[in-house]
Design a protein around this ligand. Structure first.
Ligand SMILES: Cc1ncc(COP(=O)(O)O)c(C=O)c1O
Length: 430
């Protein structure tokens, strides 16, 4: 195998192509070291509504593997599928309620990150073109997703991150205190990724209205979970376009919409706001060119798969999955809280939570994660304070009891190892 500058192995393009069977066998072999999400032990990155649903997604993807989502004149069915997805997402987020104003419009993007990028870019454009603010400021809480920092970096805006309160929630008063004449956009989360808490959206919207700001609700995580928990009577707060002052929202189909990767929706309260996302030019030799997302050529397969997911599960199926997943998250929370030395961070609002040591001096939670990893469990790690993060999705529901049992054992073994280390160091006088 030839050496490469970064030291990674490289399989060069063979002189003569190899067979389909050999290729698929090699890919399967390559996957051997990847996390095995099918067993329900991966609490991050993958959302699974079961094998039958997965097969449907793969079939739908395959049907559109070659088509190009850039051009809906050539492939009108992609335009219709996209329209269905945008309208259905809007409906879930209050668009059919008179309080929304009845004008919600939006687009599909490649994921939550791009949806946030688009929302910030729209804010920047409104600031520059309608309000004469040359270098606008966006305000979010320290819990706001990292993609907001990326957006500020990409689009030359300043991002002010305001510390969360003791419950990891955005603090409306502190965020209001950060508003100045350059501010264009506030961002709240429903829920935040790090601790899974839904920010006080109505209070943040009131701040936005008082200062004539745009207000984006990042429901990338919650957009396809909170509406179904609400339907099941498990979530009551308003967090969507029914709240006056919310001007845009993002919701990821490729998370709790149980679609394949590559589909999110970004929605705007008015067509005037949405228009900022449309790019069109004739300023080159190739004729009229227009797009509504960052990419030009874009995959159509994930759009078809997302559509298949919504149609197959239906509102009832989504509600059942939401309830089952919420029950699993509550069981996980109770299990964690029953383990001596562990605490859940804040009061998680749905199915995403973080937990860590009550006293980090006595228990290294990342050591606990290392022990869990030896049994195939995968949880993300985060700081501020050191914690493990679990996104509980339908595919994890059957594994929570086992995780809690293994977690208790891992905490015990890390704790006793640490005690043994301490007694050794006392004995040797270190
Ligand atoms: C609240 C929130 N916003 C945005 C994102 C970014 O989404 P993506 O990873 O699809 O780009 C995430 C991802 O977990 C998220 O949880």
């Amino acid at each position: 195998m030839p050496a490469t500058p970064n030291g990674f192995p490289h399989t060069p393009i063979p002189e003569k192509g190899i067979t389909k069977d050999a290729i698929l066998a090699t890919l399967a072999e390559r996957k051997a070291n990847d996390k095995d999400w099918r067993g329900g032990r991966v609490f991050s990155l993958v959302y699974s509504a079961g094998d039958e649903h997965h097969e449907l997604l793969v079939d739908a993807l395959g049907l559109y593997a070659a088509e190009n989502g850039l051009n809906v004149l050539a492939f009108p069915s992609i335009g219709l599928l996209s329209h269905d997805l945008v309208r259905s997402t809007a409906s879930l987020l209050g668009a059919d309620d008179p309080r929304s104003g009845g004008q919600i419009d939006g687009f599909l993007t490649s994921g939550g990150t791009e949806s946030l990028l688009q929302a910030v870019k729209t804010g920047r454009d409104v600031a520059r073109h309608e309000r004469g603010i040359a270098r606008p400021t966006v305000i979010c809480a320290t819990s706001g997703h990292a993609a907001l920092t990326k957006a500020a970096d990409y689009f030359d805006v300043d991002l002010v991150r305001v510390p969360v309160d003791g419950g990891y929630l955005a603090d409306p008063a502190a965020m209001e205190a950060a508003v100045d004449e350059s501010t264009i956009l506030l961002v709240g989360s429903a829920p935040s990724y790090p601790q899974g808490v839904v920010d006080p959206i109505e209070d943040l919207a009131a701040v936005a209205l008082r200062h004539d700001l745009l207000f984006h609700v990042d429901a990338c995580m919650g957009g396809f979970m909170l509406p179904f928990l609400a339907r099941a009577g498990r979530f009551e707060r308003l967090f969507d376009f029914r709240v006056e002052g919310v001007t845009s929202m993002s919701a990821d189909l490729h998370k709790y919409g149980y679609a394949t990767k590559g589909v999110s929706a970004v929605l705007y309260r008015t067509p005037e706001l949405a228009r900022h996302q449309v790019f069109a030019t004739t300023d080159w030799l190739g004729g009229f060119y227009a797009s509504t997302a960052m990419a030009g050529t874009r995959p159509a397969g994930p759009i078809a798969a997302a559509w298949a997911s919504l149609m197959h599960l239906g509102l009832e199926g989504f509600t059942d999955l939401a309830v089952r997943t919420h029950d699993a998250a509550l069981a996980l929370r109770r299990g964690i809280e029953a383990i001596d030395g562990l605490a859940v961070r804040g009061d998680p609002s749905m199915t995403v939570l973080a937990f860590g040591a009550v006293d980090p001096e006595r228990l290294d939670i990342f050591e606990v994660a290392n022990v869990l990893a030896t049994n195939g469990w995968y949880l993300d790690r985060q700081n501020g304070p050191d914690s493990l993060h679990a996104t509980v999705q339908a595919g994890n529901a059957g594994s929570v009891d086992e995780l809690v049992a293994d977690l208790a054992l891992a905490v015990q073994s890390v704790g006793s190892r640490r005690a043994a280390d301490r007694s050794t160091s006392y004995a040797t006088g270190d």
